[in-house]
Design a protein around this ligand. Structure first.
Ligand code: SF4
Length: 277
């Protein structure tokens, strides 16, 4: 796949790749992505359950994908702990992309440290310089962008395909666990002692910036705790624009069987009823 393809050709390639990925186990999906998407491959992790499972899969598969993160400067301490535990468990460094200093200083000076609460526009501006702009730098020149998006996360993400063309960024967006259930992810995490964010034990199914994330109540959608003061069901930060129609989603795939991670840190093995069931 090359970046010189027009949008229609990229769509066709993405649809073909999605169809080829669909019947495969995760390890096979990651191998096919490695072999098919030529050029730079980037996985952006925010250290949530989905991303931790994908980091584990990429490391076990010895994928050439770069694993990077967007450090907004407003993350939970528990997220930074998960970041450090992941580096220790898998023996590699995760590159961080941070907001431009001038943009941050200007926003805080004009709007206040929590100025993103003033309006939807202010919140989008904050997400813009803290997340979207650094993401652009992280993906510069990339041919493929791996994400941990899952169809079951929210109504907005219900049509998430396994692969889709991203015409804005000129790359193929790959969502290799789009059709996984949360239960299957939790089982992979538990079986392989993958480090995970302890906030998942405290009612946070989706974890973003600390001031913009809260625990959800029983029965609420997974992303209901994100920007809860805004219109329900619209909780997205701008990183993931609506994707092109893509592959059919078939929830409920079983996780692939990986070798246990070579982790010396077992602090992540908790009695969480979800992850330790
Ligand atoms: S999630 Fe909140 S703190 Fe983080 S970038 Fe968006 S508005 Fe700013």
């Amino acid at each position: 796949m090359t970046l010189s393809l027009d949008h229609a050709a990229q769509n066709a390639l993405a649809d073909d790749l999605a169809a080829r990925l669909r019947p495969l186990a995760l390890s096979e999906r990651l191998a096919l992505i490695d072999a098919t998407v030529g050029g730079r491959l980037v996985f952006t992790t925010s250290f949530g359950l989905e991303d931790q499972a994908l980091t584990h899969g990429l490391r076990m598969a010895k994928s050439r994908a770069e694993i990077v993160t967007i450090d907004t400067g407003r993350l939970f301490p528990e997220t930074y702990d998960t970041w450090a535990e992941t580096e220790a468990a898998y023996g590699f460094r995760i590159r961080a992309y941070v907001p431009e200093r001038e943009a941050e200083e200007s926003f805080v000076a004009e709007s206040g440290i929590n100025g993103f609460r003033h309006s939807v526009a202010a919140r989008q501006a904050c997400c813009g310089f803290r997340k979207v702009e650094p993401l652009g730098r992280a993906l510069a020149g990339a041919a493929g962008w791996l994400t941990g998006l899952r169809a079951g996360q929210s109504a907005n993400r219900a049509e998430t395909p396994l692969a889709e063309a991203d015409p804005v960024r000129g790359l193929i967006k790959l969502n290799p666990i789009a059709d996984w259930t949360r239960e299957a992810l939790a089982e992979l995490i538990r079986q392989n002692y993958v480090p995970y964010n302890v906030l998942h034990d405290r009612g946070f199914p989706s974890i973003g910036c600390a001031p913009c994330t809260r625990a959800v109540k029983v029965g609420e959608p997974e992303r209901a705790g994100r920007w809860w003061w805004e219109q329900a069901g619209k909780q997205e930060c701008g990183l993931h624009v609506a994707g092109a129609p893509g592959s059919e989603i078939k929830p409920g795939r079983e996780p692939a069987a990986f070798e246990p991670a070579q982790s010396s840190d077992t602090s992540s093995k908790t009695s969480n009823p979800e992850l330790a069931a």
